[in-house]
Structure formats: structure tokens, C-alpha cells
Design a protein. Structure first.
Lengths: 287, 163
């Protein structure tokens, strides 16, 4: 199969892109790396009437670290993130996650903004956005706004972006020096879509856990922070027993979907294993 | 719904082509059908298998995951661009010597992927090479000879740099 016909424009400025996206109507879409959109169009599960190619908007490809915030332009590729020396220093979680996405050829063109706007439940960046408490910038002819992760991620391939909005950037607060973040993912092959993702975040004070959190991705419509009782872990020195108690609760607090490869029950078990590994990893390197 | 043909310029293996293509045309199809570079193969057509890999401005890309119009102005390297006349590229020589192909269908994908790796990392480690082999699916060889061939090509290129 091959993609159906569409109108194609490649504007030179962001205001022009916003204008065209609005004019071309609600079935027009921005095109960034195309690594998710193009195969969907080849299979004809996506049939936009028009594509607004962002390829000339170089200002959207950027990485900056300032005052504890990492700011990344939407067109920054997974390869850019993987190779960034400044991120390796300030927020090494991002290069670590980028390395696990697809294959090199896909990483060279796929973008952070495109991945977030696509909101594939099995993708990594939405879970990272939620775990770090990040937000995205949406720009249109009507103006611009910031959308927090929790409001942005709405469901399967569904975000809070309006049809005339372009996601232009992402802001991620850097975890503090007393915090540890650990990312674990299970996929059947290198670069395949995640079956389950777990991101644990633990804060320490004087050798004891002062705060803890967990995000589970790829299990259901969107990444979630399961509601659990953290008291076994918080207030004490970390222990395997405490982690086991938390993980047991996580199992009941998530609703993983089933698919032809993994039943919802199998997915739940894999998610719990990833959760245990992520929590263990986060506490292992306590400051 | 119209999608009028666009005029684009693709430089493939150093040769410039100015052509008219509909936006919906995949780069892989334009290279193969419009320009005759059939060395780039198609299998899954959705970016999973890697046999369609080419270099775009020096970086590996899946040509089935690009519209030709996105490559307007770009420098593209296909497998046809590796040999220098009758002289094989060290990777091609090594693939030949170490039996790194059987049916040969995935071979262009590997050659371009590995060429891209060597262009980016002058002396890749065994680990980096093995990671790169993950990017292309081979159903015939079991990968061992592809790895051996690549190690040998790297060692040959290493000697060249020293000389």
C-alpha cells in the first residue's frame, strides 16, 4: 500500500506554518520526522488532507539547560538527544531513553515533539514527560500556551493539541541532587515498541526516602502514576521488602491492555517486574 | 483533493537530478522507479526491516519513511555509490570474502548502515558494530559472517588510516 494524496507545504517560518495549518483545515497535520506518521499513512490508517512540513524551521531544533530546566525544541531528534553532551551532564535519563528508541535510522529523523504529539501508548517520551513533571508549548495563529503533562496526555494517540496547534517545545525540570530517577523498559527486540515501561523517582534525606513516585507506561491508553500507599518506603532507609509491598499494590492500580502478543495479565506481570527494577535501581544509587 | 507535483532536486551519489514528484511518493519508490537506483530494496515498507536504508546528508535514514519531497536539496548515498568504478568499497570486499550474504536482499541495507557508522565513528568498537547490525533484518545468514566481515573491514580501514 501507499499513502493517499495530500496537499504539501513546507513553510520557512513558524508564523507561516501556523497560518497554513489553520487555513488547510482540521484534517491537516504538521510533519516533523514522519517516523510514525508516514508508516501510518502508508498503511492508510492515517489519511491527513494536507501536511505542513516543519523541515525548514531550524529554530525548533535546540537543546538548552538553564536554571534547573531543560528546554528542548520539538524538532530535536532522538539522535540529537542521545549525542548531547550537555544532557549527558544535566539529565542523562534523556540520552539513556533515546538510545532505546527504534534503530539509528529512525532515531536520526524521529523527533521528541513528534513523538509526544503522536502519543503512542507504547512510546517512551510521554512517560518521561509525566515522570519529570514536564510541559509542552503549543503555538497557533490564536496564540501560544503551555500544557502540563497530565493535561496534555489524554489517551491513545490523543493529546490536548487542537487541530491548528503545533507543538514547538518541551520543558523538563531537572530532578534535584537528592533525587534519583530510574527508567526500565521491556520490549521483545531491540528497538521494538515497549510492552511495559516503569520510571521510578525517589528523593532522599539523610539516608532515608523522603518522597517517591512511579510512572507506568505502555500499559493502557496513556502513562499513569498509579495510586499506591508509599508509606512502606517513605520515612525509612530503602529495603527490598518495602519495594515488594509497593509493587504488590501497583498491580491492582494499573489497567494494562491486552493485544495479540501479550494478554493484559502478562503485561501486568511484566510491568510489575519493570516497576520493581526501576524502584530498586533508583534506591541503589542513593546520594 | 489535489496534490500537485512538486519540482525537487535530489543529488544521488554525487549526481544531481531535478524531477517532478507528487508529495505522496515515498523516497524509496522515487529512487528506484523514477531514477533507476534499484539497489535500495523494499520489504516491510513501514520502517521495521531496514533494507531500504540510505544515507541522507551523511546520516542513515529509512527511505520508506520519507516522502521524496522531504529530501529536496539533500545529498543521498545509495549502495550504488559505494564502489569506486570497478573498485569495491572495503565493506563490500569484506562481505564478499567473509560470505556475509546469501540471497543478498538485505545486503544494501547493511552496507549503507555500516558505511554510515564508519563515517560517523572512525573506529567503532565490536559492541558498536553489533548494535548497528540490529538495525537490519537478515533471514539467511544468522549475522555471524556479517559481523566478521564488518570487523575485518574496520581493521582494513584502521590500517589505511595509520599508513
Amino acid at each position: 500500500m501507499r499513502p493517499a494524496s495530500f496537499e504539501y507545504v513546507a513553510p520557512r517560518t513558524l508564523p507561516e506554518a501556523c497560518r497554513l495549518l489553520a487555513e488547510l483545515g482540521p484534517d491537516a497535520r504538521p510533519l516533523a520526522g514522519g517516523q510514525s506518521l508516514i508508516p501510518a499513512m502508508t498503511l492508510r490508517v492515517a489519511n491527513p488532507s494536507a501536511l505542513v512540513d516543519l523541515r525548514h524551521l531550524d529554530e525548533l531544533r535546540s537543546i538548552a539547560v538553564r536554571d534547573g530546566i531543560v528546554s528542548i525544541g520539538a524538532r530535536t531528534t532522538h539522535s540529537d538527544l542521545m549525542r548531547s553532551a550537555s544532557l549527558q551532564k544535566a539529565l542523562p535519563l534523556l540520552p539513556e531513553v533515546a538510545r532505546q528508541i527504534g534503530h539509528a535510522a529512525v532515531r536520526n529523523r524521529g523527533t521528541l515533539g513528534g513523538s509526544l504529539a503522536n502519543a503512542d501508548p507504547a512510546s517512551e517520551w510521554p512517560a518521561v514527560l509525566l515522570a519529570l513533571g514536564g510541559r509542552v508549548k503549543a503555538v497557533s495563529q490564536r496564540g501560544e500556551r503551555w500544557i502540563d503533562a497530565e493535561d496534555f496526555l489524554q489517551g491513545v494517540f490523543t493529546t490536548a493539541l487542537a487541530p491548528d496547534e503545533i507543538l514547538t517545545g518541551v520543558e523538563l525540570p531537572v530532578p534535584g541532587p537528592q533525587e534519583r530517577v530510574c527508567f526500565k523498559e521491556y520490549a521483545r527486540q531491540t528497538g521494538a515498541f515497549a510492552v511495559a515501561i516503569a520510571i521510578a523517582r525517589v528523593e532522599f534525606e539523610g539516608g532515608r526516602v523522603s518522597r517517591a513516585g512511579l510512572v507506568i507506561g505502555a500499559c493502557g491508553a496513556r502513562p499513569v502514576a498509579p495510586e499506591v500507599d508509599w508509606s512502606p518506603l517513605v520515612g525509612s532507609a530503602p529495603s527490598d521488602a518495602a519495594i515488594d509491598r509497593i509493587v504488590a499494590e501497583v498491580g491492582d492500580a494499573i489497567e494494562p491492555h491486552g493485544d495479540p502478543h501479550f494478554s493484559s495479565e502478562d503485561r501486568r506481570q511484566i510491568a510489575l517486574t519493570m516497576a520493581r527494577r526501576a524502584l530498586t535501581g533508583a534506591v541503589r544509587h542513593q546520594p | 483533493m489535489t496534490s500537485s507535483p512538486c519540482t525537487i532536486s535530489l543529488t544521488v551519489n554525487g549526481e544531481r537530478h531535478d524531477i517532478q514528484v507528487e508529495p505522496r511518493r515515498l523516497l524509496a519508490d522515487v529512487l528506484r522507479e523514477d531514477l533507476g537506483y534499484t539497489g535500495t530494496h523494499l520489504s516491510c515498507e513501514i520502517g521495521v526491516c531496514g533494507v531500504c536504508t540510505i544515507l541522507v546528508d551523511g546520516e542513515a535514514a529509512r527511505s520508506c519513511l520519507m516522502f521524496a519531497v522531504q529530501a529536496d536539496g539533500a545529498e543521498i548515498t545509495t549502495v550504488e555509490g559505494l564502489a569506486d568504478g570497478e573498485t569495491l568499497h572495503p565493506l563490500q570486499e569484506a562481505f564478499w570474502e567473509h560470505h556475509a550474504l546469501q540471497c543478498g536482499f538485505c545486503t544494501p541495507g547493511f552496507l549503507i548502515t555500516l558505511h554510515g557508522l564508519f563515517e560517523r565513528t572512525a573506529d567503532p568498537s565490536d559492541e558498536e558494530i553489533r548494535e548497528a547490525l540490529d538495525d537490519v533484518l537478515c533471514r539467511c545468514t544468522g549475522y555471524q559472517n556479517i559481523a566478521k566481515a564488518t570487523f575485518a573491514a574496520r581493521d582494513k580501514l584502521r590500517l589505511r588510516v595509520k599508513a
